[in-house]
Design a protein around this ligand. Structure first.
Ligand code: ZN
Ligand code: ZN
Length: 163
């Protein structure tokens, strides 16, 4: 894990700090550290991996503390939970409310956000047509990222509706 001194992660942390102070909430040192760790990973990171990374640096990072820090970061939109992996990714635009649909690469583990008003509108319409009141609608699409698909075109055939 090597992070350049002025990597994009630094700017993201600076932005997170601005956002939290504008909202009147505190990015405590532990919350900040957890956010840095999530953002420094290319792949979605699991809570126990975060704990392991933290334990080398913080003496008092107990699981509930880390879960509370993650809950805070999710609430502030700084981190998204990848439900299907039970893992977490940093968000690149926490200042704009959005339904973060997630594209999960099953080969390299990279998770990208997909923003599509067309998808949101279609989901809203279909959910409403079913007479259902949605609290949250977020898709997680599993497959190959563009890079992995290019590496192995054999595996890059569309899967249809395999769940
Ligand atoms: Zn996001
Ligand atoms: Zn990939």
């Amino acid at each position: 894990m090597s992070i350049a001194r002025h990597s994009p992660a630094d700017t993201r942390i600076a932005r997170a700090e601005r956002l939290c102070s504008a909202r009147g909430v505190r990015l405590t040192p532990l919350r900040r550290r957890v956010l840095e760790l999530v953002q420094s990973q290319r792949e979605a990171v699991k809570a126990y991996d975060l704990l392991a990374m933290l334990s080398t640096m913080e003496r008092a990072a107990k699981p509930p503390t880390v879960y509370r820090a993650l809950d805070f970061l999710i609430e502030q939109g700084l981190v998204h939970r990848v439900d299907s992996l039970n893992a977490f990714v940093g968000c690149d635009h926490p200042d704009t409310p959005h339904a973060a649909h997630l594209l999960v690469c099953t080969r390299c583990g990279r998770v990208q956000e997909l923003h599509s008003t067309a998808v949101d509108a279609a989901v809203d319409a279909a959910v409403a047509a079913a007479g259902f009141v949605a609290h949250r609608a977020r898709l997680e699409v599993h497959g190959l990222c563009a890079r992995c698909a290019a590496l192995d075109p054999q595996d890059a055939q569309p899967a249809g509706c395999r769940v």
